[in-house]
Design a binder for this molecule. Structure first.
Ligand code: ADP
Length: 472
């Protein structure tokens, strides 16, 4: 039996800002527990302290460069998995998880603390599976700062959930580590004039994965490589693309406690009741027959919201309704706040983060929009399919790997896809989908069934991670 520790900055059921948390909530459960003993570690934010009571395991000092602080280790068990939390209130007892001026120092501390807490885990850790930039310094620290057999023998897997967030900081952040300056000067950590957590992981992890096959290929190119494509190209033989699944227990239209009415492949009629309920609650005209489109998203340029804003009047010129749930860039939020006034009782923007409402939207709408500029994997399109809601997506990254485009001849397909990141391509596909919705109702119903039958669980992907761990 080998020990695997998952280290990340967020994870369900404790805290979530995006898809990373879904992965950390599911993957450790789906790994073969006859072969691997697993645990998870994450920072203990204010929101977790305020909401969860848990046992304290230990207090320990963390010294890393100019950082010299006490940390506490807490533990909780969820779904049979041990979750460890590193508590340091100066760094983590704040409203929000990221976006602070001292994020570099906070996560430098976290990376070191993860390596220090291993001695309190009651089984040997053979593999540390790190996720995204916040944990990116763990492999180099384990290999170059530590000299003991235990730390040096650990194998490291690093998963890139989004290459756009790299953890790049001024060179001075090197002062927060006990690392020789040669690791900066030789280019291993250097990025422009500063240092990069993400690059450190790309150079020092034993295996690198990203969350879809297409994205694994895309990030080797200048277009998607976020200027790390060369560093990644050196590691291309160690780079795997493994698509995410979703937690099919909590995302289940037959049991989801947030739904107005439960439904399944055998009882699709109830899906309409959720549509009605959603329309009523959000002040839209109640109508079973109108095409109701939805979007649940971080509002950033990545998600292609600019295409939606550009083509809003053309879209709303059709016989459709639109619901958007999201929060993010001020500019985008302000643009979207107009839609309720421009299209009363036909369009609504709910500005904020609301887990329960997101479930109602996935269940209640007919079609889900995801015109992303890039998309490492994407979880929303998987949830949509599970709820019989057809995704309309751009053919990029994980969206390309998971949504089967509608074929009007064979009737195959689980959604609609378009290729180029352009308003014209987007609107062309929306109009096409509208036509199918109103005039080829049988095809639409068939696609709903196809979508609900897709295997979007973690099963297949967990086997691939198993294979990957076996290579180490
Ligand atoms: P990303 O991780 O890039 O944000 P994903 O599609 O991988 O995108 O995952 C997004 C997850 O976050 C989905 O589960 C989605 O439902 C959820 N989500 C995004 N924005 C909101 C919001 N405003 N309210 C509730 N859930 C949201």
């Amino acid at each position: 039996m080998r020990g695997v520790l998952y280290a990340a900055a967020e994870g369900l059921p404790y805290i979530k800002s995006g898809g990373l948390a879904d992965v950390i909530g599911s993957l450790p459960q789906c790994i073969d527990h006859d072969k691997y003993q697993v645990a998870v570690v994450m920072p203990m934010y204010k929101k977790i302290i305020d909401k969860f009571e848990m046992e304290k395991v230990a207090d320990f000092p963390v010294q890393s460069g100019i950082i010299n602080k006490q940390a506490s280790l807490y533990k909780d068990v969820s779904n049979g998995i041990d979750y460890y939390f590193i508590r340091q209130d100066d760094y983590f007892y704040r409203d929000g998880m990221y976006g602070f001026a001292d994020d570099g120092e906070r996560f430098a501390f976290y990376c070191k603390a993860v390596l220090e807490m291993l001695k309190f885990v009651p089984f040997k850790i053979d593999i540390i599976h790190t996720h995204d930039w916040h944990t990116g310094m763990i492999p180099i620290l384990a290999k170059k700062e530590y000299t003991d057999e235990y730390h040096n023998s650990i194998k490291h897997v690093f998963t890139i959930h989004n290459l756009a967030f790299q953890g790049n900081f001024p060179r001075e952040l090197m002062n927060c580590f006990n690392l020789h300056s040669r690791y900066f000067d030789n280019g291993d950590l250097k990025f422009d004039t500063g240092m990069s957590f993400m690059k450190g992981a790309i150079v020092y992890a034993d295996k690198i994965t990203t969350v879809s096959n297409s994205y694994a290929g895309e990030i080797l190119s200048p277009e998607f490589g976020e200027r790390l494509n060369e560093a990644l190209s050196y590691r291309r033989n160690d780079l795997w693309g493994i698509v995410n699944g979703i937690d099919t227990d909590s995302w289940n239209p037959e049991t989801d406690k947030n739904l107005f009415a439960h439904y399944s492949l055998k009882n699709m009629a109830n899906k309409k009741k959720n549509k009605r309920d959603l329309q009523r609650r959000l002040g839209l005209r109640e109508d079973d027959n109108v095409l109701l489109m939805g979007m649940v998203s971080r509002l950033t340029w990545q998600k292609g919201v600019s295409l939606l804003i550009e083509k809003m009047s053309t879209i709303m010129g059709q016989d459709v309704q639109l619901i958007i749930l999201g929060t993010g860039d001020n500019y985008i939020e302000n643009q979207l706040k107009r839609i309720e006034f421009d299209y009363p009782h036909r369009a609504v923007f709910y500005c904020g983060y609301d887990e329960a409402l997101s479930h109602s939207i996935y269940a209640g709408v007919d079609m889900f929009l995801m015109p992303s500029l890039f998309e490492p994997c994407g979880i929303s399109q998987l949830i949509s399919m599970r709820y019989g809601t057809l995704p309309l997506v751009r053919e990029v990254g994980g969206l390309r790997d998971t949504v089967v485009p509608y074929n009007e001849y064979t009737k195959a397909g689980t959604g609609f896809t378009f290729k180029n990141f352009s308003g014209d391509d987007f609107i062309y596909m929306i109009k096409y989908a509208i036509e199918v919705f109103y005039y080829r109702k049988d095809d639409w119903k068939k696609m709903m069934k196809n979508a609900m039958k897709e295997d979007v669980s973690w099963q297949k992907s967990a086997l691939l991670y198993d294979q990957l761990y076996s290579c180490l």
